[in-house]
Structure formats: structure tokens, C-alpha cells
Design a protein around this ligand. Structure first.
Ligand code: SIN
Length: 319
């Protein structure tokens, strides 16, 4: 009832962690049995260590939060040596009773196409299950979003990764564009196996008494329930326009939220910001969607895209 696929990747269920909100999952294992989630998605890994942006990096907003982490991480060598074995252990813990266990998805970030290629080669050699290409971090390169605002560069980056990758490749898209479909089509042309939609919306917080911006770098990425309607709209729009499987992400807090994304056309859904306050949430959602689907007499596969079949296409969302 809960099984789903992302291209050739089979998942026990459609619930994944969102990159950057749950580390590698290792610290989260004390709160719930992570063997039950569909996949664990790592924080973005880059070729070299990155110190990240100046503090403050996080700011709570009404119904969400801003982050400006700046892809802080210790680089690929450290990740492969210290972090990946822990993700493998978590994945193995779920491989029983005929289940696949959580799939290991590595989110890779780069400032150049060569960076993405280097990381893709390395992680494919390490036998991870899929790659999520972070084309859309708003907190680096002065927020220029180099790849994810240009269909041609998106296509080039994805094509280069696909050339070396032996596992499915998902392109993580930015909502900070006028036409997300054009970018998604670039990813499709480049050979992406799926899309992750969406990354954060660029935002800002200001302390008027001090007369300055709050985040160390001024701008940050807005996530949480505030962005769910935007994410749902984009997933709906993408599902109508491209043939690729979509991983929905943005403001998910409940089983109902997950099922709404599936109804909009997502094949799987990531849970992110909500896990800062409830690190056991993902596993609870997996249990709850089983009950909700059973009560409705449907499955994830049947529900996927139902909103397209039931309602008149909205402007700009035509199939
Ligand atoms: C960050 O590390 O700044 C956030 C990552 C992202 O939004 O892709």
C-alpha cells in the first residue's frame, strides 16, 4: 500500500528526510526507528570542507524559519570516512521482513559542474542508492542561484552528472524563479531521473531597532508551513508538465500534508523543518499514512496525481 518508486529506485514508503534538516539521520536514531522511513537524504556534501556563513544562521519566523547555513560541511573525504558508514548502518537496520529499508540519498553541492561530477563519481563508487543534485541553495554565491535559475545550466549540470552516475539522479529545484517548468524541462533534457521540489524561498529578517538585517549574511532561505502552498502549487505544475517522478518538499508536518503532495503528483515527500521540533515525526507519519490510505481504500500509487484527474487545470498548470 505504501510502496512507491522514483524511477528505478524502489522505496518502502514515500516518506524521506529533507536535506539539511536531519543531518545524516544518526543523531535522530534515538527518537524513532529510522529503519521505517523510505529514504534518508544527507545534508549537502561538497568536494572541500566549507565553514558556512557567519552567525546568526537560523531565525524563526511566523509559520516557518529562515536559514543561512551556507552549506557548512566537512567535505567529501570526511563524509565518506565518518558519516556514510553510519547511514549504511541505519539503512541496514531497516532491511528485514522483505523491506528495502531506508535508501541512502546523497545531496551533492558544487560551485562548478566539475564539482558535481567529482562528487557523483565518488558516491556512485561508494554504492549509495541515489543522488540529489543541489542546484538551488540560496545561501552561497551571493544568492545568485547560478544553476537553478537557468534551464541551460541546469541541463548541463544534470547531463554531466548523469554521464558518470550509476544510480538515479534527482535535481533539486529552486522556487525562486518565474518559470519552474522551464528549469524542470532543462533537468529532464539533461537526463534527470526525478525532481525534488522545492528548496527554500529567499527571505530576510530585520531588526529595525538596530537598523540591520538579522541573519549574518542578510538573506536566507524560508522553509516550514509558510511555504507549503507554494510547494504544492509547484509540484502540481511540474507533474502536469514533465514526465519525471517528483519528490515534494515544503512545509510538511503531517500525514495529511504528505498525501496532499501525492495528490498533487508527487511520488515521494520529504519532511524537513518540522523535524527540528519533532525528530520522531517522519516515522509517525509513515504509520499514520498507512491508516489514512486504508480508511480511504486507496494506495500511494492510486492517489498519485489524483488532483489532476479531479479538478480543472489551473492557469499555467495545463497538462
Ligand atoms: C544551506 O546550507 O545554506 C542550506 C542548503 C540549501 O538551501 O540548499
Amino acid at each position: 500500500m505504501l510502496q512507491t518508486t522514483l524511477g528505478s529506485l524502489e522505496l518502502d514508503n514515500p516518506v524521506l528526510s529533507a536535506s539539511g534538516t536531519f543531518g545524516s539521520g544518526w543523531e535522530g536514531r534515538q527518537f524513532s526507528d529510522l529503519g521505517h522511513v523510505g529514504a534518508l537524504v544527507s545534508k549537502t556534501v561538497t568536494v572541500l570542507p566549507r565553514p558556512g556563513n557567519p552567525a546568526p544562521r537560523i531565525w524563526e519566523t511566523p509559520s516557518g524559519m529562515l536559514n543561512s547555513i551556507g552549506l557548512e560541511n566537512k567535505g567529501v573525504d570526511y563524509f565518506v570516512r565518518e558519516t556514510l558508514p553510519k547511514m549504511r548502518e541505519l539503512a541496514a537496520s531497516g532491511r528485514k521482513d522483505g523491506r528495502n529499508g531506508p535508501r541512502i540519498v546523497i545531496n551533492i553541492g558544487g560551485e562548478s559542474i566539475d564539482d558535481f561530477v567529482t562528487l557523483a563519481e565518488r558516491f556512485c563508487r561508494e554504492g549509495v542508492h541515489a543522488l540529489e543534485v543541489n542546484l538551488s541553495c540560496p545561501n552561497v554565491q551571493e544568492g545568485k542561484l547560478l544553476f537553478s535559475t537557468d534551464p541551460r545550466l541546469t541541463e548541463q549540470a544534470v547531463r554531466a552528472v548523469k554521464k558518470v552516475a550509476t544510480v538515479p539522479v534527482f535535481a533539486k529545484l529552486s522556487p525562486n524563479v518565474t518559470d519552474v517548468v522551464a528549469i524542470a524541462k532543462g533537468a529532464e533534457q539533461g537526463g534527470a531521473d526525478g525532481l525534488t521540489a522545492i528548496n527554500t524561498l529567499i527571505g530576510m529578517a530585520i531588526d529595525w531597532r538596530k537598523g540591520k538585517t538579522i541573519l549574518g549574511r542578510g538573506i536566507g532561505g524560508l522553509s516550514g508551513p509558510a511555504i507549503k502552498p507554494v510547494a504544492l502549487r509547484m509540484v502540481y505544475q511540474l507533474a502536469a508538465a514533465v514526465r519525471l517522478p517528483i519528490v515534494g518538499v515544503g512545509g510538511v508536518r503531517s500525514a495529511d500534508d504528505v498525501l496532499e503532495f501525492v495528490c498533487a503528483g508527487a511520488s515521494a515527500v520529504q519532511v524537513g523543518t518540522a523535524m527540528f521540533t519533532d525528530p520522531a515525526l517522519m516515522v509517525r507519519i509513515v504509520d499514520e499514512i498507512a491508516g489514512k490510505l486504508a480508511a480511504a481504500g486507496t494506495t500511494i500509487r492510486e492517489l498519485r496525481g489524483a488532483a489532476h484527474r479531479a479538478s480543472a487545470p489551473a492557469a499555467g498548470c495545463a497538462r
